[in-house]
Write a protein that binds this ligand. Sequence first.
Ligand code: ZN
Length: 206
Amino acid sequence: MIIKTFIEGPISANNYLLIDNDEAVLIDCSSPREEFVNAVKSQGVKLKYIFLTHGHFDHILGCDKFKETFSCEIHMNEKDRMQVQQAPQMLSYYSGAVIESINSITKDVFDGDEFVFGNVKIKAISTPGHTQGGMCYLIDGKLFSGDTLFRESVGRCDLPGGNWKELLSSVRDKLFKLPDETIVYTGHGPSTTIGYEKKYNEILNI
Ligand SMILES: [Zn+2]
């Protein structure tokens, strides 16, 4: 599996394009920029799915454009529907940019769901806390953690739908149960490993 990272959108979110054989999956879709769309097109593979780690505006702004261009399924935990509805206000509050709505996120994803692209299996893990519908994806032994887990840090819980106790439980009881060597591709900033975070993450001091 090939992993290509695109840093996109108003808060520089990491979007990951995963390619295996002639199929691809995108984890988060933060921008409709032509350069981003063309970079995915130029891989010459079929974009089968977009999986969203959660519904915050800075991770979903490219969804309508990508759906229109690639006709891919876009999956998100339904508990973040409210986040998607609030995305236009959040974007305008944050940057002044105006969009009407985001309408392309039509497929659900539930804890334990499995999908396949190329010869690679995807497992969805529900990790509420940063938002109610937060999801991580375990793909080919690598974890795509969205805003649940960062290098030496975790996602904020003070926005609507955030819950600190749930975030603690998601990280400690689910993510930290994965093998230490699991590489973690985060929603913002550098990647890390589960073993490193079990030693150095700020959550250990709480
Ligand atoms: Zn977020």
